[in-house]
Design a protein around this ligand. Structure first.
Ligand code: A2P
Length: 292
C-alpha cells in the first residue's frame, strides 16, 4: 500500500558530516524521528505524527518506547533520554507513525512533549511489543474494543487495519471519556473511516460492520455513563440489539486506566471469556493505557 519507500523523507536529509557553510548541524538524538504534524484537541489531549524508521515493522495494536532528551543533570551536565511506552495509533501499513497522548502538566515527559512542533525530533526505540494484537485472540464473530481516554490509541491502529474487518463479522468500539471534547479524536477517526472509499468496501452494506459507541461521564451527551455500568445494567446490549457477550462468538480488547481494566476483566470473565496472550490466544486481552 505504500506509494513510496519508507525512507523517502530521510534520504532528503543531509548527512551529519556534510557541514557546508550554510548547513546547520543535524541533531544527533539516538533513534531520532522527525515530527511531521501535531494536533491539539483539548488542554489534556493531543496527537502527533512522525517519520517511521525504514526498518520498523509492527503489528497494529502494539506499542513502542518514545520520548525526548531529559534536562541536563545539574552535577554532570549529562542528558539522558526520557522514555515512555506509547501505543502506535497508526496502522501497520501507514508510511508514518501516529501517537495519541495525554498532557500532564507536571509529567516528566508529557509536560515537554506537548510542545513539540513539526520539524522537531523525538526519540523512538524501534522495538514494538504488546498484547492488543489479533494474534492473541482465537477466531470469533464479534470483536469489541473497550477504551477510556487515551486508551483509544491502539484501537485507532486496529480500526484502520483491514484484517480487523476481514476476521470479524462485527466490530464494536466503545470510548468513554469525561467530556464531549475528549471524544474528538475517536469521533474524527470513525468519520474518516466511514468516508474512506477503500474502507467502505470492508465495512459492508450501510457500513454496518463497524459500530461506534461513545459515552461521557462528566458532561451531558447522547449516551452517559461508564461503559462498565452500561454493560452491567444491559444498556449497551439494548442499544445495540445484541443479546449479550459469550465466549463462543465474542472477542474483546481492553485499554484504559487500571480501574477500567480490572473492572472489565471481571465483567468479561463473568460472561465466560478467558484472557489470552500472544503465546496462548483466547477470548480477550487487556493493556494499560500509558500516561506520562
Ligand atoms: P469517571 O469520570 O466516572 O471517573 P480519565 O480521564 O481519568 O483517564 O478517565 C477517562 C474515563 O474513564 C472517564 O470517563 C472515567 O469516568 C472513566 N473511568 C475511570 N475509571 C473507570 C472504571 N474503573 N471503569 C469504567 N470507567 C472508568
Amino acid at each position: 500500500m505504500l506509494d513510496r519507500p519508507l525512507d523517502a523523507k530521510m534520504t532528503e536529509q543531509k548527512p551529519v558530516n556534510d557541514l557546508t557553510a550554510s548547513a546547520k548541524p543535524v541533531p544527533t538524538l539516538p533513534d531520532a524521528q522527525t515530527v511531521t504534524e501535531v494536533t491539539h484537541y483539548t488542554d489534556r489531549l493531543f496527537s502527533f505524527r512522525c517519520t517511521r524508521p525504514q526498518t520498523l515493522r509492527f503489528r497494529s495494536g502494539e506499542f513502542v518506547m518514545i520520548g525526548l532528551m531529559g534536562d541536563p543533570d545539574p552535577k554532570t551536565g549529562k542528558q539522558k533520554p526520557l522514555l515512555r511506552a506509547y501505543s502506535i495509533a497508526s496502522p501497520s501499513w501507514d508510511e508514518e507513525l501516529e501517537f495519541y497522548s495525554i498532557k500532564v502538566q507536571d509529567g516528566p515527559l508529557t509536560s515537554k512533549l506537548q510542545h513539540i512542533q513539526p520539524g522537531d525530533q523525538i526519540i523512538l526505540r524501534p522495538k514494538p511489543v504488546g498484547t492488543l494484537v489479533h494474534d492473541a485472540l482465537l477466531p470469533g464473530k464479534r470483536l469489541w474494543f473497550f477504551a477510556t481516554g487515551t486508551g483509544f490509541a491502539p484501537f485507532a491502529s486496529l480500526l484502520r487495519d483491514p484484517q480487523t474487518y476481514e476476521d470479524y463479522e462485527q466490530v464494536i468500539v466503545t470510548h468513554t471519556c469525561r467530556d464531549v471534547a475528549e471524544l474528538t479524536y475517536s469521533k474524527n477517526l470513525i468519520e474518516n473511516l466511514r468516508n474512506d472509499e477503500l474502507m467502505q468496501e470492508l465495512l459492508g452494506d450501510g457500513l454496518n460492520k463497524l459500530t461506534y459507541y461513545p459515552t461521557t461521564t462528566r458532561e451531558e451527551s447522547p449516551k452517559m455513563g461508564r461503559i462498565t455500568h452500561l454493560l452491567q445494567d444491559g444498556t449497551v446490549f439494548k442499544d445495540l440489539g445484541i443479546e449479550g457477550i459469550s465466549a463462543e462468538t465474542d472477542r474483546a480488547m481492553v485499554c484504559g486506566s487500571m480501574g477500567l481494566n480490572m473492572d472489565l476483566k471481571d465483567i468479561l470473565e463473568g460472561y465466560g471469556l478467558e484472557e489470552g496472550a500472544n503465546s496462548d490466544p483466547k477470548h480477550y486481552v487487556v493493556e494499560k493505557a500509558f500516561v506520562g
